[in-house]
Design a protein around this ligand. Sequence first.
Ligand code: PMP
Length: 354
Amino acid sequence: MSKYLNPRFGTFDAYVPGEQPRDRQYIKLNTNENPFPPSPFAQRLARQAAAELQLYSDPEVKALASVAAQRLGVKEENLIFTNGSDEILYFAFLAFCGEDTPAVFPDLTYGFYPVFARACGVDYQEIPLSENWEVIPGDYAGADGTIFLANPNAPTGIALSSDQIEKILIANPDRVVVVDEAYVNFGGETVVSLIQTYDRLLVTRTFSKSYSLAGARLGIGIASEGLIADLKKIKYSVNPYNVNAMTAAAGVGALLDREYFEKNVETIKENRAYLAAALQDRGFCVLPSETNFLFVKKPGISGGELYRGFKERGVLVRYFDLARTKDFVRISIGTKDELDFLIRALDQITEAQK
Ligand code: PMP
């Protein structure tokens, strides 16, 4: 680091993305990507858009807004599009947290939240999950700041119902509540319709998981016109062309190719059940997941040992080296062949332990 860096950034560690090694071919089950390629229709629209890249992209992303509004049952004025959902979350920290308004989120959740808070120079409060790794809605009543909830939560995979989220909204009548629905298409309940009742609810979505577009970087914010206007103020203050033309076109294609989306989500849910059963057969504790990953542990072997054992055998999973999570690994749901490979690797790891 140089002496010129704003001291605010010198005092904390940046977010560490899941590893993307290029040294050998790995089976990548560490960053919750979709194992299937983007819809062929989405790919075709992106290629067509590439022929016009001499032009700036549309800052209002109109074509995508119209398709997404219809799909989500909201108005275009209720939507903002961003460079991945990380960017809408960052905008939300900038817009709705401040000196007197800290961020409030669970002590085990998406690891970017504390980093965003620090990057924005705001305080944050962490509310512990229960013994069973659940968010307890009552613990958020009368919260001291803007609430951020990943629902389903990561890395646990456990979801709150929409009624439970509504309880949190009711118990915080003057607070913005941000519900990060990155994984909701794999089983959780969405709260998008609650934006009609609560003008201080922001729901965020991503195309990275269920739509197989992690590399395109596309996120959505869904909220009342008032909150969207606030977020657009931020967007137009930092990067109006945040969604590139190829990505916007791919997003349209992905939303319109509904059959492809539904088939892949269904397969991932089936594969999730298949992997959960295989792990339980082998003595694992598997948290109940509504996502495209499983958070798992096995008595007698640490998360670090599992992570290293898998990596040596060509499989990447995610390990969080924190006191509370050191027994666990998080495994993204891949294709059936990838999961069979992982299960064979696991059997070798446990054999080598004997
Ligand atoms: N929220 C959660 C809970 C996530 O796990 C992720 C993925 N790392 C994101 C948001 C951000 O995803 P993206 O920026 O790819 O949309």
